[in-house]
Design a protein around this ligand. Structure first.
Ligand code: ADP
Ligand code: MG
Length: 520
């Protein structure tokens, strides 16, 4: 039995396999040509040979019916791919023909290929979309079984949700720590998924996930191909075939270059006519893509809304999928969410890497060496403050020469725990006491109407004078307990309050309960 720890991203357009190296870092296993991602395409020849990946794709021109792509889209369906008909057809249970294959059977070929990138791999964690239906999950498990893969905890391969794997990957990057409510934006070749998950220590709970199964990199390729074809026609008066695989590949290449360059040109060889150089700038490309970008924005907004959250509740946005390399996607995220996403280098390897890390955390520790054990214990999914915390202070309205009360924030939401902050205030008049107030709010508001007062106690002081300094220290520890100290510096009098924070749900719940009581 082997003790290789691997995770597999069985993607719609590309798949990848990652292994935990000897020091506990996930590493993508490349194929013989050193490619780190493998096209999720299967070719079945007439003499029972199969090919997977780019080799399968290169058979598309000659034998289009025998090359099957986007298998994952059909995992939940009761369908088979008919080689004879060259399409997916409804499965008739009693008479599955010899040249008909289920999505699980076809997927098993991809898994088998990845498994053979290294010797002695017989266990894996496989990732699936968070929204994957039960039967699609079962089909994935069946595919793994057919490929000779079992799990780390049982004979059945373990599945984890793709966004969860991505969170594990990001949490393992140097200098990154993940916590709170995290959004994972995954734009692949043909699908778009947005997920909001709550990360609490090493626990990752998906709050909501939604997506568009028909929106991905391919749509951007088609837009570019249309542009290329229109330009060709305008300038040379001849047609380019939109369905031509070669042109589509050229469009995809052009798209990728535009992710790193402001403009680019390609030479188009006409089907029967002369060659033509077509130039396009990134700005032009962005203009052509507005509808796709709009659809992406709407999905993100809807995901936040359906999670019953506000965009400011999201502590981090993680990018996954090759298509998030497009600058227009990053810009769209910034516009909707009002913050920069966390970028990994290898967005198309994140899911497989995270799955390998996850496999490392669930495998029997006897399968790990000391360095790997150490690395697994360090997977840093840490906690952050889940609200803003502050106090009520007074400030002078210069114009009206009157004091008014406002919320003064001391601890920012999203601060990594433990955190301690001290602010200075002063007495506005001679007084023998002051209220020690602790507020909690979802947003960074100064308006006292929008905060919850979670503690309020009176601090007695002797002989307080106008302008005496009051030092307020809030420290929030790892177990989410807040210690608040209010100190009258002149007399040395300290007043302490200890508060356990409430989650937004608890606060909402508590508020609802109160609303049931009528006041007469
Ligand atoms: P999957 O759909 O299987 O999850 P990936 O996450 O690997 O697939 O995404 C594949 C998509 O990413 C393809 O449409 C590909 O063209 C696109 N892509 C990869 N690199 C870039 C890039 N540099 N710029 C724009 N798109 C890219
Ligand atoms: Mg993917």
């Amino acid at each position: 039995m082997s003790n290789k720890i691997v995770g597999i991203d069985l993607g719609t357009t590309f798949s990848a396999i990652a292994i935990l190296d000897t020091i506990g870092n996930p590493e993508i296993l490349p194929d013989l040509k050193n490619n780190k991602i493998t096209a999720s395409a299967v070719y079945l020849s007439s003499n029972n040979e199969s090919k997977v990946g780019s080799e399968a794709l290169s058979a598309i021109k000659a034998e289009p019916n025998r090359v099957i792509t986007e298998i994952k889209r059909h995992m939940r369906d009761e369908v088979v791919y008919s080689l004879k008909e060259g399409k997916w057809i409804e499965k008739s249970f009693d008479q599955k023909l010899e040249d008909e294959f289920t999505p699980a059977q076809l997927s098993s070929k991809i898994l088998e290929k990845l498994k053979n990138f290294s010797e002695n791999i017989d266990k894996a964690v496989i990732t699936v979309p968070a929204m994957f239906a039960n039967n699609a999950r079962q089909a994935t498990i069946d595919a793994a079984k057919m490929a000779g893969l079992s799990g780390y905890e049982s004979d059945v391969v373990e599945l984890i949700n793709e966004p969860t794997a991505a969170i594990f990957h990001y949490a393992n990057l140097p200098g990154v720590s993940i916590s709170g409510k995290v959004m994972v934006v995954d734009l692949g070749g043909g699908t778009f998924d947005v997920t909001i998950a709550e990360v609490n220590g090493k626990k990752v709970d998906v709050i909501h996930s939604e997506g568009n199964p028909n929106l991905g990199g391919k749509d951007f390729d088609r837009i570019l191909l249309e542009f290329m074809s229109n330009q060709y026609k305008e300038q040379l008066g001849a047609e380019l075939s939109i369905d031509d695989v070669e042109y589509l590949l050229q469009a995809e290449e052009l798209k990728k270059v535009l992710s790193s360059r402001e403009s680019h040109g390609i030479i188009l060889d006409g089907p029967n006519g002369p060659s033509k150089k077509i130039e396009i700038s990134r700005t032009q490309f962005n203009d052509l893509s507005v509808n796709l970008i709009e659809a992406i924005k709407l999905k993100m907004e809807s995901c936040v809304r359906k999670s019953k959250l506000h965009k400011d509740d999201i502590t981090q946005i993680l990018l996954v999928g090759g298509s998030t390399r497009m600058p227009c996607v990053v810009d769209a995220i910034k516009q909707v969410m009002g913050k920069e996403p966390t970028k990994g280098v290898n967005v198309d390897e994140a899911v497989a890497s995270g799955a390998a890390l996850y496999a490392g955390t669930i495998t029997d520790k006897s399968n790990l060496n000391e360095a790997q054990k150490e690395a697994m214990s360090k997977i840093d999914l840490s906690d952050v403050a889940n609200h803003y915390f502050g106090t009520l202070a007074q400030t002078l309205d210069e114009e009206r020469q009157k004091y008014f009360q406002y919320n003064s924030i001391i601890i920012e939401k999203g601060s990594k725990l433990p955190v301690a902050k001290t602010n200075q205030y002063s007495l506005i008049q001679d007084q023998d006491g002051f209220p020690a107030t602790v507020t909690q709010s979802d947003g960074p508001t100064e308006n006292k109407e929008f905060v919850h007062i979670i503690a309020q106690e009176r601090v007695d002081i002797k002989d307080g004078k106008k302008d005496d300094e009051i030092q307020i220290t809030f420290s929030y520890d790892k177990s989410q307990i807040m210690h608040c100290t209010f100190e009258h510096v002149a007399s040395g009098k300290k007043h302490e309050i200890q508060i356990k924070s409430k989650s937004s749900e608890e606060v909402d719940e508590a508020q609802k309960e109160m609303k049931n009581f009528t006041i007469d």
